[in-house]
Write a new protein. Structure first.
Length: 109
């Protein structure tokens, strides 16, 4: 139960620290190799919690199935051209990013 309480507190903290940024604002962090892309189907804050907790099982699974990836040079170049809005959250030494889009509230369907 103690871990649950800690995860809830961490979830609130990370949620408050999540913000939308343009790719151009993250380029220097990409150059330093610190930007990780989170697939659209994953919850950015949940991924951040697992990275912060150093949960090797979850992180390893996401790495192996493409749920999280280091930004490739090709992706960075594409985003330089399209300059999408990204949700970003810092989990040192990483910045986790996810393309901003409409979130569908499952209660409405």
């Amino acid at each position: 139960m103690h871990k649950e309480i800690d995860d809830d507190a961490l979830r609130v903290k990370l949620n408050q620290e999540t913000s939308q940024l343009a790719w151009r604002e993250l380029q220097r962090f990409f150059a330093a190799g610190a930007v990780i892309a989170v697939a659209p189907g994953l919850d950015l804050v949940e991924v951040a919690i697992q990275v912060a907790r150093d949960n090797a099982a979850s992180v390893g699974e996401w790495l192996s199935n493409g749920g999280i990836t280091k930004i490739s040079d090709a992706q960075a170049q594409d985003w330089l051209v399209t300059d999408p809005q990204l949700w970003a959250v810092v989990v040192k030494p990483w910045i986790l990013v996810q393309i901003a889009g409409k979130r569908v509230d499952p209660r409405l369907h």
